[in-house]
Design a protein around this ligand. Structure first.
Ligand code: GLU
Length: 591
């Protein structure tokens, strides 16, 4: 899941590579490394920990005419300097950085070991370097050696490669993202996403699987299946990749504040009061003609899809939501005429890409994606962008708002129901007011300071808000947190309730208010400390937090704004790294 950046030509390499890694470290941040090519020789720097640790060992003004760099999220081998990338071939002829997983690395390792080749690291990546070198030593050119290795490798990889004694920045891609950038002046670059390339490049090309090639400062040559292919470079809007904190102390807080704006932007993009909904008719027809809408996602995107499925169901459509990594095991019903919606912030989620492989190209699909031109965006037969702008913090916030709002708008368009667009706008206002009441939420977060466990409970749509809020609390405040529908507590989880355990109860639906409040009484009787977060219309004296009323199906927006802020503020109180929580990476490009 790591990040790759590389460049050749007229660049300040140290600055280009290190600043590029900082823009990619949301993809993984357990160790980092880089290599410079200079006069036929390659110099290597690697460090465990943050990009700052790497920067401290890379000399200023280091000479070079090409460079590659990597920020790692270990899949094979522990977090050590020797396992950090760039990885070298056994004979130091090939240096490369890799994003992905090599499924048959054990077989390849055995194949190379038989030839007497030894290994320094525990990574699957080193095997690729030595395999390419094996083909070089068989007399192949660097390009043919890469192609030879690709034919033997099963798995996912984006590779940036340097060869000792051969100028040129080489690349290869299969199932992991890789973007090439054509520079201003004599520069060519590559990276795992667009952000590190925005300052030096003007034209961009996202590579297709199976592509490999080489770039010099003046040219890019690409191949597929041994044949030369033309790459189409296009421009991108720099604004979409801004890394500016705009005065906020953390990206997560900035992105929480942007959530309501993302909802309004989606309404503006797809609805106007005079003409109604503006979605492509063909897309709406495909959905309407299906016998079931199947929503697939992971993490926060899964919770957005659960709420969206409920919204479709309560509006007269048949919809079901599944965790992508489970759906691929074939254990759920397959409708006769499905319409698939795949939800992913990065558009590179490996589990969703596997779903697409299973769905095939005949069945209609819709990608609900943030990252433009990402793999899922390109592979789905329809795509709608949530237009949330770059989301840097690892924990998703504004993307969730965009995903759910956009799916609800699609449902509104199918029903030609303008109250959906209006409801989303009202929910954006409500969520914005929740964010403005951060002081009240901070006072609640203080009471969570010693909590090791917490519960979120709700019924109906409020339960989905509980699930997403509970995930946030786990991710960034490291509290063991469970989300349960209120009615389910008595069937087991209530056994875990101990004195003072904090329980957040969401009450956004007048009709369900009585039931969930009686569940809260049961918890109180067993010593829990409940915090009721209610919509104004169904609030009662003593509730911990009251948000401006919205229709119950839109209540998850203000409720989740509460959950996001509670988790953020607790994480800060606990002195944690809120934008980069431990063990996580933003874009999950491995299974
Ligand atoms: N499999 C490689 C490793 O563990 C790369 C991991 C990644 O893409 O994050 O070093």
């Amino acid at each position: 899941m790591c990040g790759i950046v590389g460049g050749i030509g007229n660049l300040d390499y140290r600055e280009f590579l290190l600043s590029g890694l900082r823009k990619l470290d949301y993809r993984g941040y357990d160790s980092a490394g880089l290599a410079f090519y200079n006069n036929g020789k390659i110099s290597l720097y690697r460090a465990v920990g943050s990009v700052d640790n790497l920067a401290s060992i890379v000399p200023e003004g280091h000479p070079g005419t090409a460079g590659i760099a990597h920020t790692r999220w270990a899949t094979h081998g522990g977090v050590t300097v020797e396992n950090a990338h760039p990885q070298r071939s056994y004979d130091k002829k090939v240096y490369l950085v890799h994003n992905g997983v090599i499924d048959n690395y054990k077989e390849l390792k055995a194949f190379l070991a038989e030839k007497g080749i030894t290994f320094r690291s525990d990574t699957d990546t080193e095997v690729i370097a030595s395999l390419i070198s094996y083909f070089l030593n068989e007399g192949e050119s660097p390009l043919n050696a890469i192609h030879g290795a690709m034919k033997m490798i099963d798995g996912s990889y984006a590779l940036a490669i340097l060869f000792t004694g051969t100028p040129g920045l080489y690349f290869a891609k299969n199932k992991s993202p890789l973007v090439l950038g054509r520079g201003k002046g004599r520069i060519n670059c590559l990276a795992s996403d667009y952000a590190p390339l925005m300052d030096s490049c003007t034209g961009f090309a996202a590579l297709e699987d199976g592509t490999y090639g080489v770039m010099s400062q003046n040219a890019v040559i690409a191949f597929k299946d041994g044949r030369n292919i033309a790459l189409a470079f296009s421009s991108r809007d720099k604004e979409d990749y801004s890394y500016d904190l705009e005065g906020y102390p953390h990206f997560m807080l900035k992105e929480i504040h942007e959530g309501p704006g993302v909802m309004r932007k989606n309404v503006k993009n797809h609805y106007d009061a005079a003409n109604g909904y503006l979605f492509d008719k063909k897309l709406l027809d495909q959905i309407a003609e299906s016998d079931e809408i199947v929503l697939l996602g992971c993490g926060s995107s899964h919770y957005a899809s659960e709420a969206a499925a409920a919204f479709f169901n309560t509006n007269g459509f048949r919809a079901a939501s599944y965790i992508a990594s489970e759906w691929i095991h074939g254990i759920y019903p397959r409708p006769k005429k499905p319409f698939y919606i795949l939800i992913s912030q990065s558009g590179e989620t490996a589990d969703l890409i596997s779903c697409l492989d299973m769905i095939g190209e005949e069945t209609p699909t819709l990608g609900i994606v943030n990252a433009k031109d990402s793999t899922i965006a390109r592979r789905c037969s329809n795509v709608l962008y949530i237009e949330a702008g770059l989301e840097v913090a690892v924990a998703s916030t504004k993307s969730f708002f965009g995903q759910l709002a956009l799916m609800m708008l699609v449902c509104g368009a199918l029903r030609k129901d303008k109250t959906v667009a209006e409801g989303i706008l009202a929910a954006a206002d409500s969520a914005e007011q929740v964010i403005a009441m951060a002081d009240q939420i901070d006072a609640i977060s203080e009471k969570f300071i010693a909590a090791r466990d917490a519960f979120f409970v709700g019924r109906g749509f409020d339960f989905f808000a509980g699930e997403e809020s509970s995930l946030k609390l786990k991710e960034i405040a490291y509290v063991h947190s469970e989300a349960y529908p209120g009615g389910e507590l008595k069937h087991g989880p209530i056994a875990l309730i101990e004195k003072d355990i904090p329980v957040v109860a969401f009450v956004g639906n007048e009709e369900l208010s009585k039931l969930i409040r009686s569940n809260v009484e049961e918890l109180l009787a067993r010593g829990a400390t409940p915090y009721i977060v209610s919509s104004k219309g169904c609030s009662k004296e003593g509730d911990a937090f009251v948000f401006p009323e919205v229709r119950p199906e839109f209540a998850p927006f203000p409720e989740i704004a509460f959950g996001q802020l509670l988790s953020y503020l607790l994480s800060i109180r606990r002195g944690l790294n809120v934008d980069k929580p431990r063990n996580l990476a933003k874009s999950v490009t491995v299974h």
